[in-house]
Every structure is written in C-alpha cells, then in structure tokens.
Design a binder for this molecule. Structure first.
Ligand SMILES: Nc1ncnc2c1ncn2[C@@H]1O[C@H](COP(=O)(O)OP(=O)(O)OP(=O)(O)O)[C@@H](O)[C@H]1O
Ligand SMILES: Nc1ncnc2c1ncn2[C@@H]1O[C@H](COP(=O)(O)OP(=O)(O)OP(=O)(O)O)[C@@H](O)[C@H]1O
Ligand SMILES: [Mg+2]
Ligand SMILES: [Mg+2]
Lengths: 252, 252
C-alpha cells in the first residue's frame, strides 16, 4: 500500500526540501520505490536532484490533468527514486486555483486517478506557506511529516500548523494524520537546540522521531552538485542521520 | 522624505524577519523614527519585538481600511521603533484578496492615505512567497532590500526574484528599485559562503552591501526574549553587524 506523505511547515528554511531529497534517497536505497513530487514554485527539490524545471510534463500539467503520471515522472541518479518536477510558474497557480471550485482537491484528484502501485512512498515537498498548494498536499496525503528547525520561530509556528492539519482532517481528508516530526539543524552544543528539543518532546511525545538531523555543511553543499548527500558524501553526519531517519520511517 | 522598504525573498528562512527587527532597531538608535509593518501571517516580527498578535488594530484592519495608521501603531522597547502587528489569519487574506479588483494595491492605498511624515523609514517584513501579500509590499515600496542567505538554494532563487521586481516596476510601481542586497548567515570559514559571495558580487555589483551578517547564535536566541539583539547582547557579532548595516543604509 503506497504511503503518501506531505513534508510541510509554513516556516521557511526549516529543511523541508533537504528532508524530501535525502529521506527519499535513503528510503530508496533500502530497495524501495519512492516518488518525489515538487509542489514548491521555487523548484528546489527539482534542482537538488539534478533535474531542470519542467516547461511541460511537470507538476503543473499533472495537477491540471493535461499529462498523466507516467508522462511526468523522470528518473534521478538514485535507483528507485523518481521525480515529478516543479516549476516557477507554479506560483501563479495558487492565484489561479483560488477562483476554481474544488480548488483544494486538484492534487488529490490527480493522484487518485493515477496508478501508484509501483511506489512504496510518495513524498510531497511543500512551499513555506499554508496557502492552496500546501492545502492541496494535505488533502491528498495519508500523513504529514513535519520538519522543525531547532530554533525559536520554528517552534512558535508549530501549534498553528497542527491546528491547520486538524482542520483539513475534519473538512477534507479524514485519513490525514501526523506521521512524524523530525528536528533539523540540531546542534547539541547549543542551549537553544536543547530547549527546542525539550519543548517538542513535551508537545509531541511519540510523534517525534528519535533521529535528530544535525547541522552539517555537507547537506547544504550537496544541492549545488544536484545530488542527494548520500552520493555527495556518504560518510558525513548528514548522510548518516538521514539513513537513520529512513530506518525509523520504514518501521512505522 | 519617508523611505518605504520591502524586505523580501521568496526563499524561506533567509533572515528577512531578523533583518527587519535588527536593522530597524539599529536605525532607530541613530535618532531616526522607524515603522515596522509585519506583513507575514507567521507574525514573527511581532513576537520578535515582544508584541502579541493583533485581533484588531493590526495589519489586517489597516489594509482593509477599518483602522487608521494611528490606531494600529504600537510602540516597542526601542525608542523610535514602532510596529503594525501581524496576525495568523492574514494567511486567509491572500485567498480573499485574490478575487478582488485592485488586489495588488491594498497596502499602497492604505499607506498613501496615511500620514507617514513622522517616520524616516518604513520596513515591511514579507512572507516567503511571491504571492499577493509580497506583491502588495512591492507595489507600496520605494525600494526592495533583499536578504540572501549564503547558501546554494538562496542564490538560485535570486534571478527569479529580480525578474519579479522588474515586472512589478513595469506594471504597477514605476518608482520601485533594488535598494540593496545583504548577505546573511555568512561564515567566512565555509567555501560555500565564499562561493555565494563571489556570485552575488558578480551578479549584483554595487547593490551588494559591504556589511556581511555573520551566523551568530545570539541572533537566533534574541527572539525568544522578544528583543532585538541590540538589547539582548549589544556586544555580539550579530548586533555589531546590524549597526554597520544601519550606517550603510543611512548613507544611501
Ligand atoms: N541539517 C542541515 N545542516 C546544514 N544545512 C542545512 C540542513 N538542512 C538544510 N540545510 C540548508 O539550509 C537551507 C534551508 O533548507 P531547505 O531549503 O531544505 O529548507 P526548506 O524548509 O525547504 O526551505 P523553504 O521554506 O524555502 O522551502 C538550505 O540552504 C539547505 O541546504
Ligand atoms: N545571522 C544569523 N545567525 C544565526 N541565526 C540566524 C541569523 N539570521 C537569522 N537567524 C535565525 O535563522 C532562522 C531564520 O531567520 P528568519 O526567521 O529571520 O528568516 P525569514 O527569512 O524571515 O524566514 P521566513 O521565510 O520563514 O519568513 C531564525 O530562527 C533566526 O533566528
Ligand atoms: Mg523547500
Ligand atoms: Mg520571516
């Protein structure tokens, strides 16, 4: 049974894209099939996986029903990791979608009429907002994977994000649940990191993955080479932490 | 003559809010009057300045014309630094605005009918997107201050942001210009930081401020105390760099 996970947080720069790319790659090397969907107009997951933005046969034409899943899917350097590419003009989609009926269901509709049986996991990279693109991801998903940066503002926004998830579950997607929460850019030497960890543990309990993603410069260098960190520097603390997270995800 | 600056970048987590709060405070201590407008539904600038979200008399009622500027402005712990508070339900505003006529002009309209003569600078904190809220800020502003994190994805998004600014200038706001670009979270020990600096210098030339904002943990601790860094730890490298940036801004 394919698991569709939205990787979301309206706070910007908290490691959503880095998690989609590297968790996706780490799951794929466990002999699984993973599909990454780049729903962010910045198209960072697309370039971080070495692909170029889609003029056609990308997320835009998939959501609108112009192209099928098979026409849009491209491969990456990792066997078992496939991608539906993002595009900058997706930013205009949000304003376009706003005036349509069923505007929250476009992605859910496109996925439910596609054959996902080849995939064990679908990871959706969301933009930093609670606008229509992220709402589309939450309506289409089975679960939400929250990335929480070990910083004050990131923690502050968490309750609002959880409220939004509850609202989406009540109105549009009964099966939506919080699949898990991962602390990113964690530095055990910093008091701030430990304080955020304590709060997140109290607030989230079992939903919090025990894997912490450390701040590791190799994670921020890898995208400029268009590779997941496991191909760029497999022995780095960043690569090892995403392998550990993949094992936790596979066991849930 | 009041200068209205939008602090913008669709890339998330690049230091927009940190710059609005700390540049604002550093300009204010040079015997200037500064107004911060929190246009981000996350309302981080509001909490980072020690204020609580506005139910009424905040950015929402100011933009809609329900309340005047004088009714919405609140003071902060820094003399000369005032604030129009943000609010979470602002996220719904973008979807609401989408169907209105003149939807790009709401903030410009509210500011042009207000008395700004008390203020030397107005700094608008933008959300991490190129949606209607950021467009409203760019239409209302005299200039844009871009914060660019010293990382690959942040640099990648720059050309798209500059294209958007040119489009806004051509269609809706003839006076809009790039006021300046500041590199944030700069770490001179990292090759990535130096590479981003080289690219930014080539791409932006004189628009690039010579001040670099270093990565400094005191900047990320200050918001949890609701204070600008100049009140939290005035001798930190973070505080000193924003004072240096303020001097550069005042000289432009
Ligand atoms: N654990 C980490 N250690 C060091 N750098 C990291 C780590 N995780 C992410 N980064 C870097 O931090 C920046 C922000 O990460 P990323 O772009 O993945 O966040 P995001 O939540 O997807 O951002 P946005 O909100 O803009 O979509 C990027 O430059 C990335 O390379
Ligand atoms: N120079 C710096 N050194 C260390 N930490 C920083 C620095 N600048 C910002 N931060 C921290 O990095 C995180 C992102 O910064 P900030 O929230 O200001 O970015 P933003 O662009 O406003 O984010 P968003 O896109 O979500 O609005 C925050 O937790 C902040 O405290
Ligand atoms: Mg991202
Ligand atoms: Mg911000």
């Amino acid at each position: 049974m394919t698991k569709i996970l939205a990787v979301a947080n309206q706070k910007g720069g908290v490691g959503k894209t880095t998690t989609v790319i590297n968790l996706g790659a780490s799951i794929a090397v466990h002999d699984k099939e993973v599909l990454v969907i780049d729903l962010d107009p910045q198209a960072n997951a697309t370039s971080g996986l070495g692909s170029t933005e889609a003029d056609s046969c990308g997320i835009h034409s998939f959501i609108s029903g112009e192209n099928s899943l098979e026409e849009c899917v491209v491969s990456t350097e990792i066997e078992g990791l496939s991608l539906i590419r993002g595009a900058r003009h997706l930013a205009g989609t949000e304003i376009e979608l706003a005036s349509q009926d069923e505007r929250e269901f476009f992605l859910a509709e496109a996925l439910s009429t596609s054959d996902l049986s080849n995939y064990d996991y679908v990871l959706i990279d969301c933009p930093p907002s609670l606008g229509l693109l992220t709402i589309n991801a939450l309506v289409a998903a089975d679960g939400v994977l929250l990335t929480v940066q070990s910083e004050y503002y990131a923690l502050e926004g968490l309750s609002h994000l959880i409220e939004t998830i509850k609202r989406i579950k009540a109105h549009w997607n009964k099966r939506l649940k919080i699949f898990g929460v991962v602390l990113t850019m964690y530095d055990k030497r910093l008091k701030l990191s430990r304080e955020v960890e304590e709060e997140a543990d109290k607030f989230l309990g079992k939903a919090l993955f025990s894997t912490r993603i450390p701040r590791n410069v190799r994670l921020s260098e890898a995208p400029s080479h268009g590779k997941p960190v496991i191909l760029y520097d497999a022995y780095s603390s960043g690569a090892k932490s995403y392998m550990s997270l993949a094992r936790e995800v596979l066991s849930r």
